[in-house]
Design a binder for this molecule. Sequence first.
Ligand code: GAR
Length: 225
Amino acid sequence: MITPMPIVVLISGSGSNLQAIMDACVSGKINARICAVISNKPGVYGLERAKEADIPTHCIDHTLFPDRDAFETKLSQCIDDYAPGLIVLAGFMRILGKAFIQRYQGRMLNIHPSLLPHFPGLNTHQRALDAKHRHHGCTVHFVTQELDGGPPVALSKLEVNPPETAESLASRVLVLEHKLYPTVISLFAEKRLYMEDNIAILDDEPLHAPIDITQIQTKKISQHL
Ligand code: GAR
């Protein structure tokens, strides 16, 4: 078994995805070790979850910096202290600049609450409802300079059931996120997944479309984990 990959997780909120990733590391479903959790917002519940699990935490409050560059310089110094193999954005709600993204290109993943390329940005659940989409869900992708537009790796989807609200969709999608993100992180930690020339590669094959994990039988998912 290869050495567990060191991971740094960036959050801005409640950290339910962080919790799913922590649990998957502890149970051995992901061959990785979360070496630090960093929030750009003070007092968020995700920091408590990490402390509870004895994971080092840092709060780097972006409002205390004169500009984006100063904030991101501090953020990358903090990340680099842990020499992570992967940076996981788990509900991290800051847009990142070019230099920062280039520094971690190919080793930074994000989860987004929509079926990309639909609805990059904010308010994804309400926008899916307004657009009367019959399916909605979440996508994990490599982070590149295009906002929520880096190479997608995997998605998970559900049927929109009227009368559905943005709130009901948000909580149903979160359940999918908690399975999807650990699955993808596990593939990366096993070095089966990487990015090359702006394309996601899985088991040495380019992913022309994201893996739909809702379509994979439980047995097959466990092979991925
Ligand atoms: C999740 O739904 C995640 O997909 C979303 O924030 C929520 C965080 O929840 N991320 C984004 O919108 C990023 N653009 P959590 O803090 O409970 O994991």
